[in-house]
Design a protein around this ligand. Structure first.
Ligand code: NAD
Length: 248
């Protein structure tokens, strides 16, 4: 369908270096819809993913502000321009709040929130000149609730919700759609510990109306929707893809 066609569009997807991560799933969706896709990640895995799926690979550590600019420019140089940005990189750190190391707080906020803002800014400078662009951030269930023992992650993902709305307010009238996807409990490396804990696994599955963990395949469609013409009048939205978790 033309509404979802991404032929000729150039996309950068960050955090797509994990074999079974959400970034890879979304990058595959964009490519299937016709876009040329560059994937950027810190890990060496980004080269394997790119080779297997026909993406352009860029390795960069987004916790380092100089590296971030280098990585972004490298990706845009290889793509030729940028029409779609998906920020899907992220990290998790778990400690009780009273003993949460401040260095880990800083790292989580830098990677999950500050670098996302910086990438949005860099992409928007190009998109504003063209009067066209689609920016998709990756929020979380912890954009809406606080979680337990993950205060830095919750703060960063709450911030993603706010930054998505703030940027939409500034750029909606100038041709850029800024929206977010809020995945629920997805079966990726980030959740390996939870899935391997029989008690937590059972608690999560019992609360999930869909009765199963989500997969990278499950967020492909929403990513294509938000990257395409079909979402031209959608601004500042945070779309849950959560197997019904929030409805429960
Ligand atoms: N898995 C879930 O249940 C879930 C739920 C809600 C939100 N999310 C979010 O979805 C996004 C993708 O997570 P995932 O589940 O695919 O996890 P993942 O661990 O498989 O992927 C995260 C990716 O981010 C990259 N990354 C981490 N730090 C980086 C850095 N400093 N520089 C560059 N790249 C870096 C990693 O290399 C990896 O490719 C994250 O923003 C995460 O917070 C995940």
């Amino acid at each position: 369908m033309d509404l979802f066609d991404l032929t000729g569009k150039r996309a950068l997807v960050t955090g797509a270096g994990s074999a079974n991560g959400l970034g890879r799933g979304m990058a595959r969706g964009l490519k299937e819809a016709g876009a040329e896709v560059a994937v950027l990640s810190r890990s060496n895995g980004v080269f394997d993913v790119a080779r297997a799926d026909g993406f352009i690979a860029v390795q960069a550590d987004l916790s380092d502000r100089t590296e971030l600019v280098r990585g972004f420019r490298d990706a845009v140089g290889k793509l030729g321009t940028i029409d779609i940005l998906i920020n899907s990189h992220g990290i998790q750190r778990r400690h009780q709040a009273e003993s949460f190391p401040i260095e880990e707080w800083d790292l989580v906020l830098e990677v999950n929130l500050t670098s996302v803002f910086e990438l949005c800014k860099l992409a928007a400078r190009i998109m504003l000149e063209k009067g066209y662009g689609k920016i998709i951030n990756v929020a979380s269930m912890l954009t809406f609730s606080g979680g337990v023992t993950v205060p830095a992650y919750a703060a960063s993902k709450g911030g993603i919700g706010q930054v998505t709305k703030a940027l939409a307010n500034e750029w909606a009238g100038r041709g850029i759609n800024v929206n977010a996807i809020a995945p629920g409990y997805m079966a990726t490396d980030m959740n390996r510990n939870l899935m391997n804990d029989p008690v937590r696994n059972e608690q999560i599955l019992r609360r999930l109306p869909a009765g199963r963990w989500g997969t990278p395949e499950d967020i492909k469609g929403v990513a294509v929707f938000l990257a395409s013409k079909a979402s031209d009048y959608l601004h500042g939205a945070i779309i849950p893809v959560d197997g019904g978790w929030l409805s429960r």
